[in-house]
Ligand binder design. Structure first.
Ligand SMILES: O=C(O)CCC(=O)C(=O)O
Length: 358
C-alpha cells in the first residue's frame, strides 16, 4: 500500500526565539472544514489553509513591488534592536520626556529596498508597515481586486462584522519582533511571503500580561519583556500560557479582537510579507452574563479613559506611580484613581462585609 511521505516542515526549531511560558498549538484547518466557521463564530483563533485570500500577492517580491507600487511614501519603522514596539504618537505629546524605542520614517519604496538589501549588522533594522491606499500602481490594484473577496465577505456577513477598515502591508526583516499587544478589531491576517511565528493569549489572561495604562503611548502593549521577564514587577506572568503557530505563504490566521498577540519573523529566514484585513467588530446586541473576558477588558478601558479624562492631566496621573514598585499600578489606582469616592464606596463595606448574626 502506498503511504504518503509526511510533509516536511519548511522551517527549523532553532529559528524560533525561546521564551519561558508554555504554549499549545493554534488549530490549523482547511477552509472547507466546518469547524472553521464554528471557531470564528466563537471568537477562537484558527489558522486557515487553502483560502486563496491573497494568492495574487504571492508574487509581491521586492522587485515586483518596486516596479508596481508607485512613488508614494511608505511608513517604515526603524529600530536599534529587533523589537518594534508600537506607540501612539498622539499620546506622546502628553508624555513629555519619554522617547519611544523606534522611529517612524516615510520612505519611497526603492529606498526601503536599498536599505534592506544593503543591511549590515549594526545598522538600524527596518519594518515597513503601510496601509494599502490609492497611491499604489495599476498592477497592484489589479492584484488586490483578485483577492478572494467572496470568501472573506462570507465571514464578514456570517459574523455580522462591520466594515473593512484597512489592509496593512507589512514587510519585515528576518528576526523582527512585534511584541505582545491587543487590538480592538477583528483581523484576518494573510501571510504571503516567508515564515512568521505568532503567539496568542486569550483575553482571560489579561492579569498575566500587564498592558500599559490606557493613557500611556504604549497603550494596549504588554509591559513584560518576553525575553527577560521581570517576575518581581510582573509575578502573574509566570501563569501566562499561550497558543502558537508558524504561518507560511497562503496561511490565513483568524486573530480575534482583544486577543493578545506577538509576531516574529523567523530567525535567519529572510524577509516576511503579510497583509492584514481588519474589520470592525459586530455591534453588541444582547448582553448575556457572566460577561466575557473581552467585554470586561472593554469596560476597563472605558473606565480608565473616563477617569484619566476627568483628571485632565496624565502627567499628574503618572507621577503618582512609584517607578519600580511591584504593585505600583494597584497603588496608583488606590491613590489617584480610586480616590476617596471609591474608597468610601468599597473599603470596609465590600472588603469586610458579613451577614449580621441573628
Ligand atoms: O505582523 C506583525 O508584525 C504585527 C501584526 C499585528 O500586530 C496585527 O496584525 O495586529
Amino acid at each position: 500500500m502506498a503511504t504518503s511521505e509526511p510533509k516536511q516542515q519548511p522551517w527549523r526549531e532553532e529559528q524560533l526565539r525561546k521564551y519561558t511560558f508554555k504554549t499549545d498549538q493554534i488549530p490549523r484547518l482547511p477552509c472547507s472544514d466546518s469547524k472553521v466557521d464554528e471557531l470564528i463564530s466563537l471568537g477562537q483563533p484558527v489558522v486557515i489553509t487553502d483560502t486563496k485570500l491573497a494568492t495574487p500577492a504571492l508574487k509581491w517580491t521586492l522587485d515586483y513591488l518596486q516596479e508596481h507600487l508607485g512613488d508614494g511614501d511608505y511608513s517604515t519603522y526603524e529600530s536599534d534592536s529587533h523589537i518594534f514596539r508600537y506607540f501612539d504618537e498622539k499620546k506622546l505629546q502628553s508624555h513629555k520626556g519619554y522617547s519611544p524605542p523606534m522611529k517612524r520614517i516615510e520612505v519611497k519604496f526603492p529606498e526601503f529596498v536599498q536599505r534592506v538589501r544593503n543591511y549590515e549588522p549594526g545598522d538600524k533594522k527596518l519594518y515597513l508597515q503601510q496601509q494599502l491606499n490609492d497611491t499604489v500602481g495599476k498592477q497592484i490594484v489589479v492584484d488586490f481586486l483578485q483577492f478572494n473577496w467572496p470568501w472573506i465577505s462570507t465571514y464578514q456577513r456570517k459574523n455580522n462584522w462591520g466594515q473593512l477598515t484597512s489592509n496593512l502591508l507589512l514587510i519585515g526583516m528576518e528576526g523582527n519582533v512585534t511584541p505582545c499587544h491587543y487590538d480592538e478589531q477583528e483581523n484576518l491576517y494573510a501571510q504571503v511571503g516567508g515564515y512568521k511565528r505568532v503567539i496568542l493569549f486569550p483575553p482571560s489572561q489579561f492579569s498575566c500580561l500587564y498592558p500599559y495604562p490606557v493613557h500611556h503611548p504604549h497603550d494596549r502593549q504588554c509591559q513584560v519583556d518576553f525575553e527577560n521577564p521581570d517576575y518581581e514587577r510582573f509575578p502573574n506572568f509566570r501563569n501566562a500560557h499561550g497558543y502558537e503557530a508558524v504561518l507560511g505563504p497562503e496561511d490565513v490566521l483568524y486573530l480575534p479582537m482583544y486577543w493578545f498577540h506577538h509576531f516574529e519573523s523567523l530567525l535567519d529566514g529572510g524577509l516576511t510579507t503579510s497583509i492584514t484585513f481588519w474589520y470592525k467588530s459586530a455591534p453588541t446586541t444582547d448582553i448575556t452574563y457572566p460577561l466575557k473576558p473581552q467585554q470586561k477588558m472593554a469596560m476597563m478601558r472605558n473606565i480608565e479613559k473616563m477617569i484619566t479624562e476627568a483628571l485632565n492631566d496624565p502627567e499628574e496621573v503618572r507621577s503618582f506611580g512609584p517607578k519600580s514598585d511591584s504593585d505600583s499600578w494597584v497603588r496608583f489606582l488606590a491613590v489617584v484613581l480610586v480616590g476617596p469616592f471609591m474608597k468610601d464606596m468599597v473599603l470596609g463595606r465590600y472588603t469586610n462585609c458579613r451577614d449580621p448574626v441573628v
